[in-house]
Write a protein that binds this ligand. Structure first.
Ligand code: FAD
Length: 423
């Protein structure tokens, strides 16, 4: 089959890889000049099945209220006049019901665990390098009550196949000695030895190269404006631009099937043809610091639950990422948020790296209120979605791509997951 994948972030490129492996003629279209130049550019780097519990959980409404009005709040709703945003926020509140949270956690966990094994298999088969670390993820807590609550919640994750170890403060330092300077502030931790980390951008670039070697074609600088639907079939993607063309030049790109992986922008092509896509951008920040000769940077990927920050060692760099802001499609950098990332880093790890080398970035998580991504078919027989991965797009990209290739081939995917369908 000729399949067009719309979007060359980590999700679209992973789908293209598995579709090319199935022998399809794959073309990937993206408005940027290369892979992973939007949300997959500088994320937190964690492959974290252990973080399957969505933001929409019973504690979230109170936490959001507590942080309301604080410019450096880790989680911030800045409501605007956009009706889509209000609808998303209300749906988010509904997903905070305990029964919904439980269901969403299990869905995300299943896909994340499957995805981690797909990534490991892909790595073994191709030798792909992306500054990966396979030393687990350690969550640490500075509040004893929060640690006790998390230890209880870890049970659900453990019961579904993700082994999480509850640790004392000394246990945390034994796993990551870089935590020693802040040992007295740590109440405890939870360690998932099987989780991983790595540079999602480097991975996406390398995988695009490997997919190209398998015959996939990448077309850069092309903006998808609409999908052209007729009856229950998509006939083409109406596009603008192209590297050697007039930016206003239009073409309709036709194929036998289409996969939408446009991240936060997916609703703009799906909703006009009646495909539900409750995706809204949730802005996050990262800082990348050169380590230089400093000796105090962590190597185990860490999550600081108090500030909702993650730390991942990417070769000779340390990536710090976090904050969630529901404020629309802007990606301008707010200095208060940028400084909050580095201040916390050097507060915890005084010898982590070269502060003045910090490079800041902001990206838009393509978030659905439940955090359960949209993967599978639609009401159109040849239109598929692989999008809405929110906080876990890097974690879930390989599994989503592998499973979608199965759905398209009419095979039963190897993972228990609520795939979308036309029904
Ligand atoms: C601060 C931060 C930290 C994060 N940390 C983690 C983490 O530690 N672990 C984890 O698993 N996930 C993490 N995430 C989430 C993860 O980065 C995303 O879920 C993932 O990158 C989404 O990938 P994507 O391919 O769906 O979207 P994108 O990477 O945004 O790709 C979409 C592509 O579509 C293209 N596009 C959009 N519209 C059009 C159009 N009209 N025409 C043509 N092309 C178009 C874009 O150019 C882009 O290349 C983090 C996100 C942020 C912001």
């Amino acid at each position: 089959m000729r399949i067009v994948v719309l979007g060359a972030g980590v999700v679209g490129v992973a789908a293209a890889w598995y579709l090319a492996a199935d022998g399809h003629e794959v073309t990937v279209i993206d408005r940027q000049s290369g892979p992973a130049l939007e949300t997959s550019f500088a994320n937190g780097g964690q492959i974290s099945a252990s973080h399957a519990e969505p933001w929409a959980n019973p504690d979230a409404p109170l936490t959001i209220l507590k942080w309301l009005g604080r410019a450096d709040a880790p989680l911030l709703f800045r409501l605007t006049a956009d009706r889509r945003q209000w609808r998303w926020a209300l749906q988010f509140l509904l997903e905070c019901l305990p029964s919904r949270t439980r269901r969403n956690t299990v869905q995300c966990l299943n896909l994340a665990l499957y995805s981690r094994s797909c990534l490991q298999a892909l790595r073994a088969a191709t030798g792909i390098e992306y500054d990966q670390q396979t030393r687990g993820i350690l969550e640490f807590y500075t509040d004893a009550r929060a640690h006790a609550r998390a230890a209880q919640a870890a049970e659900l994750i453990r019961a579904h196949g993700c082994d999480r170890q509850v640790l004392t403060a000394d246990g945390c330092v034994a796993i990551e000695p870089a935590l020693a300077p802040c040992r007295r502030r740590i109440a405890g931790g939870i360690y998932t030895a099987t989780d991983e980390s790595g540079d999602a951008r480097r991975f996406t670039q390398e995988l695009a190269r490997l997919a190209q070697a398998r015959g996939a074609v990448f077309r850069w600088g092309i903006t998808v404006e609409a999908l052209l639907a007729e009856g229950n079939t998509v006939r083409g993607a109406s596009c603008r631009g192209g590297r050697d063309r007039e930016p206003r030049c239009r073409e309709a790109i036709a194929a036998d099937a289409y996969v939408v992986s446009l991240g936060s922008y997916s609703p703009f092509v799906l909703v006009p043809i009646g495909v539900p896509a409750p995706i809204y951008p949730v802005k996050g920040y990262s800082a990348t610091i050169a380590i230089g000769d400093c000796r105090g940077a962590p190597t185990v990927s860490l999550t600081d639950l108090e500030r909702k920050l993650v730390f991942s060692r990417l070769g000779e760099r340390l990536r710090i990422a976090g904050t969630a802001e529901l404020s629309g499609y802007g990606t301008t950098l707010d200095p208060v948020r940028c400084n909050a990332l580095v201040d916390r880093t050097f507060d915890l790890f005084p010898d982590a790296g070269l502060r003045e080398s910090a490079q800041f970035w902001a990206g838009l998580r393509p978030a659905v209120p439940s955090n359960v991504p949209l993967v599978g078919g639609t009401r159109y027989r040849n239109l598929f979605v692989d999008t809405g991965h929110g906080t876990l797009g890097w974690t879930m990209a390989c599994g989503s791509g592998r499973a979608l290739a199965d759905v398209i081939a009419g095979r039963k995917p190897d993972v228990e997951f609520a795939f979308t369908s036309g029904g």
